[in-house]
Design a protein around this ligand. Structure first.
Ligand code: GDP
Ligand code: MG
Length: 723
């Protein structure tokens, strides 16, 4: 069975697959320079000549052997969902390397067309590709493309659709020679596989034989399950030739297979496809020169820290103004709604104290977040993030993590403003389960987008002069803790050595303005959407828990009596009366909050949390924050709103925090609170994703309680060092 109207996009990481996919489908998808960010399979619909075509964006891979999870995913989709044809996206500048995957697609019997992408770059480097010649020699249709502006993409898709129709999704598998020894073995193995139908429902027989020779554990395991005896026989044949190769040539089948594939490719390229191959290799000169500085052992990290600092500095400098405007808007809105709902105090409280004071606080950060994401997008699209990963790799190995752990860290907010949920999912690229687990358990310490508004607000009040510095320090502190915890884990509950990792650095590229704008907007929109849905719902819940139970009739009557007594007291002037009534109402409101469900919980924890300097109001906010970190801020907004009767209540949350004696009494309280916020339990969704990705509740509970304990200890230490 094959799906005639499905076309898959395959290619090496960074070949421009996602860019092409976006162009075809118009789907907004993240385009970045992390090798392997597309772990998830992406689908979209393209329109061609009035017909709908389903496109699948496969994970970027260099090969189709089970060396990485991406490769397993890619070939699973190809073999089991059988797209009608594949558009193989190649970086025309490094054809020889990129064709390695094409060879394997051909061996798999996939009908393919080649999209020779990045023709603009290739041409500006003086590279000349003779497309006609390439088509002649390979028998495949080839199309020069510039995915960035869509050039050449349509003809490639049309050709793929036609090819799918012609071949019905099945081409004749390419059979290249692997030298006498291997060829003979392949000739013995193939009929055996064919007759016994070992995985032949999915793959060509010779391909299965090749995987046996390449020692592809996934294929061999599956074969073993389906047909143990034949598998044993096949493995015997592999053993024999392996020993023979070892003694005669001091090599092994895998290496030989790769050599022959490259041989096949080079023979084509040298046969008039590319005349100036040597020149091509100097193309990376420019990137190399920059890299000598940016990834230098000492200079590199210093620059990285400067970049981080500048990111926050500029964000804060530019972002402060629009942020104040948005806050002013919510204050105005709150006043307006207050007037409109004057007659129904319950609803008024929900709208003003619960929703506007809560969600408004998070939305107030939208301009700032947007500016920050703009910088992040530029860093990513230019290729700098890949350098960050490259530099970190050296450090990571010392702490028992894998080089591929860095991408998940960065996605989780390693530089700023990510999210641990996609971060945890991105760990799927890690093949070693222990390294993967260590990564999953440590990436929640990063500065995710939800912690940013909380830490931003408090640093803007209490560390205003050096806010960017503090933000950078918190970000770095997240890394330090993550690495130390990883080291601890790798020496205790998940011990083991880290495995080596090779990473290719993509060349630097000038970010495209439209791309940067789209990425910035996508992320900002995510933030807004979350505030308008999840955070809104939780805010209402928190408001309710802080409002109920309502005071009893007796209490109401008592307060009422006291007010009447003040009013009736002729010894007082009108002003004095007013002041006393206000004071009475205020203390009534705060005792009501203290007696609410949330208040009781917060107070019951105070005997412990006081060591970290958290009062019961802070406790409520932090408990709410386990649902989503933004809720720390929304809960505070609600608590301040509920806890005091300010008729014309137009002071912003920032001013309220600034005037609260609990915070301004000592910077120790603020610092301990922020350290705790940075480190404590991952949010609810992250906890669920940890369960999903590790398959065990145990790790969810570990993250919840270990991080909570760690954060608390850190907060207590900070509190005591600073007072
Ligand atoms: P993927 O990893 O294969 O999905 O690659 P992406 O689509 O994410 O592209 C990687 C980088 O190459 C991005 O920065 C793109 O903007 C850039 N890019 C994609 N196509 C072209 C092209 O035709 N020319 C140039 N100069 N850059 C391109
Ligand atoms: Mg991609």
């Amino acid at each position: 069975m094959y799906a005639s109207d499905v076309i898959a996009l395959a290619g090496n990481p960074n070949s421009g697959k996602t860019t092409a996919f976006n162009h075809y489908t118009g789907a907004r998808q993240h385009v970045g320079n992390y090798p392997g960010i597309t772990v998830e399979k992406k689908e979209g619909t393209a329109k061609l000549d009035g017909k709908n075509i389903i496109l699948v964006d496969l994970p970027g891979t260099y090969s189709l052997t089970a060396y990485s999870l991406e490769e397993i995913v890619a070939r699973k989709v190809l073999a089991e969902e059988r797209p009608g044809a594949v558009i193989d996206v190649l970086n025309a500048g490094v054809l020889n390397r990129n064709l390695y995957l094409s060879v394997q697609l051909l061996e798999l019997g996939m009908p393919i067309v080649l999209a020779l992408n990045m023709m603009d770059e290739a041409e500006s480097q003086g590279l000349k590709v003779n497309i006609k010649r390439l088509e002649e020699l390979t028998g495949i249709k080839c199309f020069p493309c510039v995915a960035r502006n869509g050039e050449g993409l349509e003809p490639a898709l049309r050709a793929a659709v036609e090819l799918a129709k012609e071949t019905k999704g099945k081409g004749k598998p390419l059979e290249i020679s692997y030298g006498t020894d291997l060829d003979l073995t392949l000739n013995d193995m193939t009929p055996l596989i064919e007759e016994n139908k070992v995985l032949t429902d999915f793959y060509p027989a010779r391909w299965v034989a090749l995987k046996f020779l390449e020692n592809d554990t996934e294929v061999i395991d599956r074969a073993k399950k389906a047909n143990p005896q034949i598998t044993e026989k096949l493995e015997g044949m592999v053993d024999k030739v392996t020993k023979h190769l070892k003694t005669t040539m001091d090599t092994y089948p895998e290496a030989l297979i790769a050599d022959y594939r490259y041989g096949w490719i080079n023979s084509i390229l040298k046969n008039g496809v590319i005349e100036n191959q040597e020149e091509v290799f100097s193309r990376t000169d420019f990137s190399d020169k920059i890299d000598r500085v940016l990834t230098h052992r000492i200079v590199g990290p210093v620059i990285l820290l400067l970049v981080l600092y500048c990111l926050y500095y500029v964000t804060i400098q530019i972002g402060a103004y629009p942020n104040d405007w948005v806050s002013a808007f919510f204050d105005w809105l709150s006043g307006l709604m207050g007037d409109l709902l004057e007659n129904s105090p319950g609803i008024k409280s929900l709208v003003c104290d619960g929703i506007i004071a809560g969600v408004g606080g998070v939305l107030g950060f939208v301009p700032l977040i947007m500016i920050m994401f703009l910088f992040i997008s530029i860093l990513e699209d230019s290729g700098y993030m890949a350098r960050v990963a490259y530099m970190m790799d050296r450090i990571f190995r010392i702490f028992g993590l894998h080089g591929a752990s860095i991408m998940p860290f960065i996605i989780s907010g390693g530089i700023a403003g990510g999210c641990a949920v996609p971060g945890v999912m991105a760990t799927r690229t890690l093949r070693s389960p222990l390294e993967r687990l260590a990564t999953i358990l440590t990436l929640p310490f990063m500065m995710c987008g939800a912690k940013i508004p909380v830490i931003m607000l408090f640093t803007s009040v209490f560390f205003e002069k050096h806010q960017a510095l503090y933000m950078s320090l918190f970000t770095v502190a997240g890394w330090v803790v993550a690495l130390l915890v990883a080291l601890f884990l790798r020496h205790t509950i998940i011990p083991g050595k880290s495995t080596p990792f090779v990473m290719e650095l993509p060349p630097y590229r000038m970010p495209v303005a439209s791309g940067v704008v789209i990425h910035t907007w996508e992320r900002t929109w995510q933030y807004i959407k979350k505030a308008g849905t999840v955070i809104l719902a939780i805010s209402i819940l928190m408001w309710a828990s802080m409002t109920y139970p309502s005071p009893s009739d007796e209490q109401e009557a008592q307060i009422h009596g006291q007010i009447e007594a003040i009013q009736a007291n002729t010894a007082l002037s009108d002003e004095e009366k007013e002041a006393q009534v206000a004071e009475l109402e205020n203390s009534d409101q705060s005792s009501h909050l203290a007696n609410s469900y949330a208040g009781r919980l917060g107070r019951s924890l105070e005997p412990i949390t006081k060591y970290a300097g958290f009062d019961w109001q802070t406790n409520i906010a932090l408990i709410g924050g386990i649902m989503a970190k933004e809720v720390v801020l929304t809960t505070m907004g609600t608590a301040y709103s509920l806890g005091a009767v300010d008729e014309d209540d137009t002071t912003s949350l920032k001013d309220k925090v600034a005037n609260d004696p609990h915070w301004n009494a000592s910077p120790a309280n603020t610092m301990a609170f922020l350290v705790f916020t940075l480190l404590y339990s991952p949010c609810f969704v992250t906890l669920l994703v940890i369960r999903q990705e590790t398959g065990k509740w145990r790790w969810t509970f570990w993250s919840l309680f270990f991080n909570l304990g760690l954060a608390f200890v850190a907060a207590v230490i900070v509190k005591h060092l600073m007072t």
